[in-house]
Write a protein of this length. Structure first.
Length: 124
């Protein structure tokens, strides 16, 4: 039997860690990490999952869906009210790219965070 692993952190490159952490904090309600600063900011979920945002010089946002600059990863969030959640996130600074794969049948919606990372809202 292989050793047990548990996901404890996800870290995203970005140009402004404080601003991106603020976006996700407003979106999720996760608690800001007390040692967040201009180089690395973070949020902690009640079960301990940590989302970190690290500053990268000359950051280039992913170009989704064409992958000229690959997305490298994306985060998915389950929601009971996909349209209301999307509308809320758009007011916080998310954007909706024109290309959508799951929107036609209402299963999921792709948005971009303020640093350009694609993330999905999944009907839950």
């Amino acid at each position: 039997m292989p050793p047990t692993m548990r996901l404890t952190a996800i870290n995203l490159d970005c140009p402004d860690p404080i601003a991106l952490a603020a976006f996700y904090q407003k979106a999720t309600g996760y608690e800001p990490h007390p040692k967040s600063d201009a180089e690395f900011a973070g949020l902690t979920r009640e079960d301990g999952l940590f989302i970190g945002f690290q500053r990268v010089d000359d950051y280039r946002p992913p170009t989704w869906p064409d992958q000229i600059v690959p997305q490298q990863l994306h985060i998915c969030f389950k929601t009971d009210d996909l349209p209301a959640t999307a509308a809320h996130l758009l007011t916080l600074g998310a954007t909706k790219p024109p290309h959508q794969q799951g929107e036609a049948d209402g299963r999921w919606l792709v948005l971009l965070d303020p640093a350009g990372h694609p993330f999905c809202l999944v009907r839950g």
